[in-house]
Design a protein around this ligand. Structure first.
Ligand code: ZN
Length: 159
């Protein structure tokens, strides 16, 4: 991984802004109460903190599901799924450059798309182990929802 492939500090701040915007758009769309949204088990990581298995050249981002178990002594105090949204800085930067898109617009689009996946996983509308033949259908559903959300929010879809 080359250093220039990763977001700069200024671009990391844009990730923060886009993340907030996407979270508010998606939680409004699915009518998730703010307190409930805070319980949503997801995190957003950028290229420099990704494991090599989480890096891909095939997408702008991917969401990976991990099971976690928190134990105190011998007692399991919490267990469940954690969704890690893995932003692919190098792909996002290249796409923004090639398509001459504002980085913030592109990040908002990417994060909205991934958060729709997270909500659907969480509500069991989408299975994490979807067979290959159903995956493209699911991808189209998520893409359609993403476009609806962004159009409603008056930021026109960008692709
Ligand atoms: Zn997707």
């Amino acid at each position: 991984m080359e250093r220039q492939d990763c977001f700069s500090p200024g671009q990391m701040r844009m990730v923060g802004v886009a993340r907030k915007r996407a979270a508010s758009l998606v939680s409004d769309y699915y009518r998730v109460a703010p307190r409930e949204w805070l319980q949503m088990p997801y995190e957003v990581k950028t290229l420099r903190s990704l494991d090599s298995s989480e890096v891909t050249d095939a997408a702008l981002a991917q969401t990976v599901c991990y099971s976690f178990k928190r134990e105190v002594g011998l007692v399991v105090v919490k267990e469940g799924d954690l969704f890690r949204i893995c932003l692919q800085d190098h792909r996002i930067l290249r796409t923004a450059r090639e398509a001459q898109l504002g980085l913030k617009t592109l990040l908002t689009y990417v994060l909205t798309h991934e958060l729709v996946h997270v909500v659907r996983f969480g509500q069991r509308l989408q299975s994490i182990d979807l067979p290959e033949e159903l995956r493209s259908h699911e991808e189209r559903m998520v893409e359609r929802t993403t476009r609806t959300i962004l159009t409603q929010a008056n930021s026109a879809p960008i692709f």
